[in-house]
Ligand binder design. Sequence first.
Ligand code: SAT
Ligand code: MN
Length: 590
Amino acid sequence: MASAVERWVEEQAALTKPDKVYWVQGTEDEMRRLIAIGMTKEKTGPHQTFKELNHQIFANSYLHRSHPNDVARTEQLTFVCTPAKEDAGPNNNWMEPKEAKQMVSTLFDGCMKGRTLYVIPYMMGHPDSPYAKPCIQITDSIYVVVSMYIMTRAGKKTLERIGPSGNFVKGLHSVGELDPNKRYIMHFPQEDLVMSIGSGYGGNALLGKKCFSLRIASYQGYREGWLAEHMVIMGVEDKKTGEIVYFLGAFPSACGKTNLAMIDPILDGYEVTTLGDDIAWINVGPDGRLYAINPEAGFFGVAPGTSDKTNPHMIETLRAGKYYPTLFTNTGLDTDTNAPWWEGLTDVPPPHLLDWQGKSWDAAAGKVVAHPNSRFTVSAVNCPTLSKEFDNPTGVPISAILFGGRRSDTVPLVCESFDWDHGVFKASSLGSETTTAAAGQAGIVRRDPMAMLPFCGYNMADYFRHWMNVGDKLKTHPKIFFVNWFKKNAEGKFLWPGFRDNFRIIKWMMDRVKGTVPAQETPLGFMPHHKDLNLAGLDISPEVLDTLFEIKTEHWEKEAEDIEAFYGQFGERFPEKLNNYLDDLKKNIV
Ligand code: SAT
Ligand code: MN
C-alpha cells in the first residue's frame, strides 16, 4: 500500500502534471548531477539556472540570476488561511482556506507540464532531536532543490522518521510563470501545509525557511507550548573560565543578524561560536530553562556589505565549499576572475563587471552591481565558528535574549527590560526602518514585534499572550535586552561603529547576566553606567556616548502614540497587561 507521503505526492503530480517525478536522495553526487543540468538546459527565468564560478576563489560555488521581478519576499502576496479571519489577525493577509485552495489550484493545474517534479524529503532540526520536524517539499526548480539541500537536512532519513504516522509538513511549490500577478504564498496552519506559486526567491520558495519554520511552526508552538522565532543563536565563551553564555538575538531581515552570529570579538579573551543566523526553535527544558535549536543547516545571507572587514568568518565560510555547493544569487560577476562581486566586498570595484542581471556594468551610470538583496546560500559545516553544540539534539540553554531594530533616532544603544513580561511589552512594540529584504519602500519605521511581523502565522495578540505564558513556565528567566546599533547624528552618520565593536555591548550583557555590574534605572529599563562599558581603544567622545543613550521626551511621546495605534488594531483580543505597560511608559517619560 502506498504510504501517506506517496499518496500526497501522487495527488500533487495529478494536479501539476509534470513529465517526470524525481525523489531527491540528498547526496553530494546527486547535487553535482542536478547542478550540471542547471548549467545547461534548465531555465527558470531569462537565464540558465547556474553558472559555474571560480572554484579557486570560492570553492564549489555557482551563480544564479533570478527573474528581475523576483528578488525579495512579497509580503503583500503572502496569506495565512485560517478558517476564522480573527485567528490570522491584523498582522496577516487572510483568505478563507477553501477559497484560497481553489484559487491557487487553478494556477497549479498543469503548471509542471514539460518539467520535472522534484520531491524533497527534509528535516527541520537534527533528525535525532525531539524538537525536529519532518517535511516534504515538492518543487519544479533545480535552484530550489540545491538550496534546500544546503539549507536543511535533506534526504531519505526523513522518510524513516515519518514512517507510517503520515505526520509531515507539506510544501507544494512551483515557479509557475514567474508572473507577479500569479504569485501567491499560501499558508494553512491547521493542515501543516504551504502552497507557493510564481516565485523562485528564497523566502517565497524554500518552504522550510520562513513559511514552515516561522509561520507554520509559530502556530505549532502556540498549540504545543514552545516558540518559533526569527533569531540568531550564539555562544560567547570566556576563554579564562571556559564558561559559555548562550544568546538569542532577534532583528528584522537585513539588520546584521548574520554578522552578529559570527562576530569576531573586539575584546581579548572571548570567543563567539555560531549556532544559527536566522531561526530559533525554543522549548522549555525539564530544568525550567529555555533551550534553543536551529532548525536550519545553512545560511541564506545578504551579500552586499559582507567583507573581510565586516564579517571575515562569513568570507571564510563562503570560500570553503566543503561537501556542499555554495550559491550566489543576483550578485555581480568579475569577468576577469569569474568570481562573484558585490558592493563592499572590496573598496574599489574590479575593472570588468557584469551587474546582477548579467549586463555589462558601467560605473558612470550610477547603478548597483549586485542587487541590494542579493544573497549567498552556504552550508553551516563550512563556518569556522560553528559551535560544537550545533547538532546537539536538545539545543543550548539560553541566558539572554536580544532584540534590535534599525532606528536612526529614539532608541538607545542598549537597554535591559525590568523583567520577562516587561521584555515582552518592549519586544511587542519594537519598531524598525524597512530594508530591501522585502519588496516595497525601504527606510520607513514600521512596528515589527519580535522581528516577527511578516512571519507570525497567527494573531499576534495571541502570540504576545503566548510569550507571557512561556515566561510563566520558566524557573530561570533569560534577561531581555534591546539594542540599536543604527542611531545617527544630525548629519545622518552612524554614531556607533557597529560590527566588531558591538561585542562591547554583548560583554556588558554578560556582566548583567552574571550579576557583576549594577545598572541605572530609567523609564525604558536598565541602562549601563558608562564606566561599566569596556570602550578601550575606541575613539568615542562623552557627548556621542550621551547621545547614544539619550531618551528624548518628544521622541518617546511620538513612539508611545505609534505603539498605541499599533496595539489598537488587535481590539478585544489584546492582552491588557501590555496596555498597562504602555500607560506606565507614557506616565514615566514626561
Ligand atoms: O527571503 S528570506 O525570508 O529567506 C530572507 C529574509 O528576508 O530574512
Ligand atoms: Mn530572516
